[in-house]
Design a protein around this ligand. Structure first.
Ligand code: FAD
Length: 668
């Protein structure tokens, strides 16, 4: 596309930008080298003709979409293997090189679960001998796999899973069975028709006793013919709200035998004679989940950033209404209500990427300690990854919907790509731990911490140290500054944790069981977790941008500081009820925050398009009629509409078949 074809509004917007776009792109990627690597990989991927589609995905049937996705997933897998050669399985930083993938498979790859949970579980839960056998097979795709935990009857409550693995010492095999309809595995990505292996989570029975759930690696299809093996009932679960090409499946077993060594034995073991040995802490299982959840934080941030780019560029191009007679219609980006919808999502996109990077670094440190036998920080990391996964996917889902609404009617078009982005992000609110349930897990950690504080223990984990400042009455005063707002959020989190703790204790005191008291206090517990998570996001975002300002140019640093402040003030206003309850904020402070919020919108306005460009998403990735770099919105909408198969003929046969006879009948 030549620059002369770029929409004039966008040309004007870009000319207004006050910072160096390249500098922002490098910052967003995490360094110039990463940008170069990402761009080189993008070029490689986009040069492959076979990855391009002639017909938009939406006009393909369910079956055709799957087949097309598999075709492309195979090409991409080969590229990834080549690219990842000699790289560590868990890289030092979250990698953005794969951001190009949505440009190819427009939805989710049927290998998604293979590349995430299957490999991560092999890495995390197999012993060294098993890993030596299975990791190369998985990396080379000889074993294509998924992670089959959820059943029709149970997802969250793992102890309720019904699939059984009963050990037979005679043959040294486990016998897998699906005893009821509700025991069928349901949901695993790729399970339908893609994978030949899966990790199956089942209740282990040996020597006549149930030892709870354990993971097993199970071959379910013949490696040559891909036919389901005898005793395996497998298929696809059908269309969903999104994830159309993920090939989510169901799976049942009838007396299906697997060798003893197929139980993943890093934590526990079944000896030849059937003796069960629990060798290491179950907490290690968290490690795998944490890696996957950290990735979800990064993915959600990417999806929100894409939605923000689309909505900001569209808002620069779109003109609507005529506030002043005889004057041109303004860009909708100039309406302050529109800025309110959009700028917070640019800020959130940046905030969550930075938090994702920080969480990744934290995770690597903890994994290193685990490898040296130190599990001390694992509960804190688990609590962090649970609440961050929940709050990030929740904020990103809400943000994408806001971006869609900001695009008016055209945002409702599938060709805007906003519905697909929404479908992807909202799914992440459920998978890898349903969000409410995850927030309750973090709450458990927070209540333990609060109990520690009440018992006078001041040796707390770093991310909850702030609670010590609020455990006793303090002379803390609200301040309308970044640090003041963060302190205010800390006061809110501490207040909510204390209230939830007191509520649970009150119910226990009134004779309720621990479980009943937990349920009765659970709304407050979830709110306490959310508040704690907001503290973490605000602190990390603010500190990291502050730290980066030493190396960034003053112009870029200023703009990023504005985004931090916007994020903080936005959430302070959103949560003003809580802040009024738990801090010393006054009505005047709130009024001043409102004014500052509007000032910040005005300050960010000239850089809005530059900030959106700074995420540096290729048009092929955005895949949007509304969000392309050149802003040719109306041309693209019409071009896409003309691709509808209904437009291939001026009169559809249904006219002769139904409407005409209907008229004839009506005449009678
Ligand atoms: C797109 C997608 C892909 C998926 N991929 C996979 C996969 O590859 N492999 C796999 O094994 N699974 C997969 N899943 C399943 C997913 O992990 C489960 O759906 C998820 O864990 C939630 O479990 P559930 O469906 O049983 O919901 P439920 O647990 O039944 O939740 C329903 C409601 O009950 C509430 N609830 C449940 N328990 C509690 C509690 N203790 N306290 C308070 N409230 C509670 C929840 O908050 C929620 O509001 C996928 C799901 C989706 C949507």
């Amino acid at each position: 596309m030549t620059s002369t074809k770029v929409n004039v509004d966008l040309v004007r917007e870009r000319a207004k930008c006050t910072f160096d776009l390249k500098e922002l792109i490098h910052f967003v990627d995490g360094g110039e080298e990463i940008t170069s690597e990402r761009k080189a990989f993008e070029e490689t991927v986009l040069a492959i003709k076979e990855l391009k589609d002639d017909i938009p995905e939406d006009y393909l049937s369910h079956k055709e979409r799957y087949e097309n996705a598999i075709r492309k997933a195979c090409i991409l897998r080969e590229l990834r293997v080549r690219h990842d050669q000699n790289k560590p399985l868990i890289p030092e930083k979250p990698t953005y090189v794969y951001n190009i993938l949505p440009a190819t498979i427009k939805d989710i790859s049927p290998f998604f679960l293979h590349e995430s949970m299957f490999i991560a579980t092999i890495w995390g839960l197999m012993n060294d001998e098993q890993k030596a056998e299975w990791l190369p097979k998985a990396m080379e795709m000889k074993a294509i796999g998924t992670y089959a935990q959820t059943e029709l009857g149970h997802g969250t409550f793992l102890r309720g899973l019904e699939t059984t693995a009963t050990y037979d010492p005679e043959t040294e095999e486990f016998i897998l069975n699906t005893p009821t309809l509700t025991a069928y595995k349901w949901w695993p990505g790729g399970l339908g028709h893609t994978v030949n292996h899966c990790i199956v989570v089942a209740q282990l029975y040996t020597q006549g006793k149930c030892h709870g759930i354990q993971p097993f690696i199970v071959q379910i299809r013949d490696l040559e013919t891909h036919m389901p093996l005898p005793g395996v009932h497998v298929g696809e679960i059908g269309p969903k709200m999104g994830f159309q090409t993920a090939n989510n499946g169901f799976l049942g077993f009838k007396n299906f035998r697997i060798p003893r060594k197929n139980m993943l034995m890093r934590n526990s073991e079944v000896k030849k004679d059937g003796t069960f040995v629990r060798s290491r802490s179950d907490k290690l299982t968290y490690g795998t989940m944490v890696i996957v959840r950290v990735n979800i934080v990064n993915d959600a941030a990417m999806q929100l950033s894409a939605a923000a780019i689309i909505a900001v560029r569209y808002s620069a191009v779109r003109h609507q209404s005529q506030p002043k007679p005889n004057e041109p219609e303004p860009q909708i980006l100039d309406y302050v209500t529109q800025q309110r919808k959009l700028f917070i999502n640019i800020a959130t996109g940046h905030a969550l990427r930075i938090v994702g990077r920080w969480l990744w670094k934290t995770m690597l440190g903890v994994l290193q300690n685990i490898s040296e036998g130190n599990l001390e920080q694992l509960p804190e990391l688990h609590a962090l990854s649970c609440c961050l996964k929940a709050v990030c996917t929740q904020d990103c889902t809400a943000g994408i919907e806001q971006c869609r609404l900001a695009c008016g009617g055209h945002g409702y078009m599938k060709s805007s790509n906003l519905p697909l982005l929404y479908g992807l992000t909202t799914a992440a609110m459920t998978y890898e731990g349903e969000n409410t349930v995850l927030l309750l897990q973090t709450a458990r950690f927070l209540l333990k911490t609060w109990t520690q504080i009440l018992e006078g223990d001041t040796k707390l984990n770093p991310t909850v140290l702030y609670l010590l400042n609020f455990a006793k009455p303090t002379d803390y005063r609200w301040e309308n500054t970044n640090q003041g707002i963060i302190k205010g959020f800390q006061a809110v989190a501490a207040g909510k944790i204390k209230t939830a703790y007191d509520t649970a204790m009150k119910h226990v005191g009134a004779g309720k069981s621990q479980e009943e008291a937990w349920n009765l206090a659970s709304i407050q517990l979830v709110e306490a977790s959310e508040a704690h998570c907001r503290v973490i996001i605000c602190e990390v975002f603010s500190n990291e941008i502050q730290r980066a300002s030493n190396t960034l140019s003053p112009n870029l640093s200023r703009v990023l500081q504005q985004l931090v402040e916007l994020y903080l003030v936005h959430w302070a206003l959103e949560k003003k009820g809580d802040i009024l309850l738990y801090s010393t904020i006054s009505r005047d402070d709130i009024a001043a925050l409102r004014i500052r919020y509007e000032e910040l919108l005005a300050l960010i306005r000239p850089n809005a398009v530059g900030l959106a460009d700074g995420f540096d998403f290729r048009d092929e990735v955005l895949n949007s009629t509304l969000g392309a770099y050149d802003g040719r919105v109306y041309e693209r909408l019409m071009e896409e509409a003309l691709k509808s198969p209904l437009n291939a003929e001026p009169v559809n046969s249904s006219f002769h078949k139904y409407i005409k006879p209907f008229w004839e009948k009506a005449k009678l």
